[in-house]
Design a binder for this molecule. Structure first.
Ligand code: 16G
Ligand code: ZN
Length: 548
């Protein structure tokens, strides 16, 4: 009753825009910022309900990642720090589109009943709020707060301007009794980084480039944070460009660099040969690149697939040091189950490379929630999208095992090589964000592995050679007409289209091609790969014509 009138009263302040239908897609709600106040208000309610339901702290992040600055968006982080459970997405859609306060209240009441949500819980629901640097963020944050506080007793705690992975990390930390502040985040990253640096093998040869790295901050929150954070890092010399002085995501950032395969604004011929990295607008994506000498702004792109390969190589090496000789003994010879997760966008050459390494490779549909869920099934699961979003997950059970192995190794005189390998793996689990892909922690891990291997960015890039590929998007009347299966590798609708695609693919050696409806734009995407760029281009455009 008090609850009902509170909801009705506050909902009246946030009428939804007319004639707009929003949906909680792979990246939450995203739209032009001017359309989002009512949606964000309602997601605030949802987050408070989620906190009531789980008895844990929930996260609410206001960002539109790599989208243009006039867009914004909102997504929810679950107690583990991962994405909102998919079971709640239909409810998110329903409340976002409820036309008036009464229908909103009715939806909430019904849902609360279904989910057994008790409003007068033992502890007050709490939501951690974060936003990126977009100018619309402040007003939207206020709308979110009003949504949260329209649930009686609920608290919204503002974490300020943060990267998306920082907010996810903080939610995870809070729910594990760790202090959820930016300084504890930086402290955990810098101390595990230092630990890994101290565990570098001695006498590593330097292979070309030094410890200098130039980072494109996408003119967003990541560049700002890194500029501050780099002072806490020893053994690494970082120059951050595009820290917010220019327009967010305009000709800068990981999405731009990966899709266009050109150097971002502020980088040019003078940077040829340098090791460079690019973050996206909310710093949950990371790609590396180097500017090619005498080729204006052309680059060698080192994408998410190659970051994945580097991580997999390093982890596998530590595991084999740890298991060295173990199979002959009958004591504790546990072999960790290591798996890698990719999407259909992964370059075919990367998948071949990983399989040749003897790794188990699993494909899932596009979207972090799918990759993350799959990676969590392994003792150590590494996932990456080609676009640079990914991380390494360690299961609780495996971490326990590793910790006790580490203890035993410390107390025996047995090979310090093994003990170091165990220490490295434990440090990686601290450094790399366990909640979600994180460009800052990913960057530190890349840097430490390159130093460990004594590799330049060129040497790293030589792990395998990408097959030429092409991505196109096709504007269609109704993108939901395309329905896919088998991790988006097969189109089952419209009927007959897959046969037609297969006919095109058959014309090209090593040809591979798939179509899928975008989750973030009103288009159908086409991806094609072949042995030459011309062939990849031709395959993509002939399949695009089939879609049209
Ligand atoms: C979102 C996803 C990203 C995916 C992209 C695909 C999250 C947090 N982000 O940005 O993983 O690669 O969408 O976009 O899940 P598309 O469906 O438009 O191709
Ligand atoms: Zn992002």
């Amino acid at each position: 009753e008090k609850q009902q009138s509170l909801l009705l009263e506050s909902a009246a302040r946030f009428p939804p825009p007319k004639g707009v239908k929003l949906s909680y897609g792979t990246a939450g709600f995203r739209a032009d910022a001017s359309l989002l106040e009512s949606t964000v208000f309602r997601v605030g309610i949802l987050a408070a309900l989620r906190s009531l339901k789980t008895g844990s702290v929930i996260g609410l992040m206001i960002t539109a990642s790599h989208n243009q600055v006039s867009d914004n968006g909102v997504k929810v982080a679950d107690p583990s720090g991962g994405m909102l459970t998919q079971d709640w997405e239909p409810f998110a859609d329903a409340i976002a589109n409820a036309p008036d306060p009464h229908s909103l209240l009715q939806l909430i009441t019904e849902f609360a009943k279904e989910e057994d949500i008790v409003f007068e819980g033992r502890q007050p629901p709490e939501v951690l709020l974060g936003r990126d640097t977009r100018p619309s963020g402040e007003a939207l944050l206020d709308a979110a707060k009003q949504g949260i506080t329209s649930i009686v007793g609920a608290i919204g705690t503002d974490m300020g301007v943060v990267t998306t992975p920082q907010l996810h990390w903080m939610v995870r930390a809070r729910n594990r009794g760790i202090e959820a502040s930016e300084s504890s985040y930086f402290h955990q990253l810098s101390s595990s980084f230092r630990c890994l640096m101290d565990l570098k093998p001695e006498g590593i040869r330097k292979n070309g480039d030094d410890n200098a790295l130039v980072v494109d901050g996408a003119d967003g929150v990541g560049g700002e944070k890194l500029e501050h954070f780099k002072k806490m890092l020893t053994g690494l010399c970082i120059e951050v460009r595009n820290r917010g002085e220019g327009m967010l995501n305009e000709g800068v950032g990981a999405d731009y660099v990966q899709k266009e395969k050109v150097a971002p604004r502020g980088f040019g011929p003078a940077d040829a040969g340098l090791r460079c990295a690019s973050l996206d607008g909310d710093a949950d994506r990371l790609v590396y690149f180097s500017v090619i000498l005498n080729e204006s702004n052309k680059i060698e792109l080192v994408d998410g697939d190659k970051i994945l390969s580097l991580f997999a190589l390093f982890i596998k090496e530590q595991l084999s040091i740890l298991n060295d000789g173990e199979s002959k003994k009958d004591n504790d010879s546990y072999q960790a189950h290591l798996g890698v997760v990719q999407t259909a966008y992964a370059n075919g050459a990367s998948t071949d490379y990983l399989k040749e390494m003897g790794l188990e490779v699993v494909l899932t549909p596009t979207g972090v929630k799918y990759l993350h869920e799959k990676a969590a099934e392994f003792d150590i699961g590494i996932y990456f999208e080609a676009n640079g979003h990914g991380t390494i997950l360690f299961s609780e059970a495996y971490l326990c095992r590793l910790e006790s192995t580490h203890k035993t190794l410390l107390s025996t005189s047995e090979g310090s090589a093994k003990q170091k390998a165990a220490s490295r793996l434990l440090a990686v689990s601290q450094l790399i964000n366990q909640a979600v892909g994180d460009a800052l922690s990913g960057l530190l891990l890349v840097e430490v592995i390159l130093q460990y291997m004594g590799w330049s960015i060129c040497r790293w890039n030589e792990l395998y050679h990408d097959l030429p590929s092409r991505q196109l998007k096709v504007k269609v009347g109704d993108r939901t007409a395309v329905v896919t299966a088998n991790a988006e590798t097969v189109a089952v609708q419209p009927v007959g289209i897959q046969e037609a695609i297969n006919t095109e693919i058959a014309k090209y050696p090593r040809g591979r091609c798939f179509i899928r409806p975008s989750g973030t734009e009103d288009v159908v995407r086409v991806y094609a790969e072949a042995t030459t760029q011309d062939a990849a281009d031709a395959l993509a455009s002939s399949v695009a014509r089939l879609v049209d």
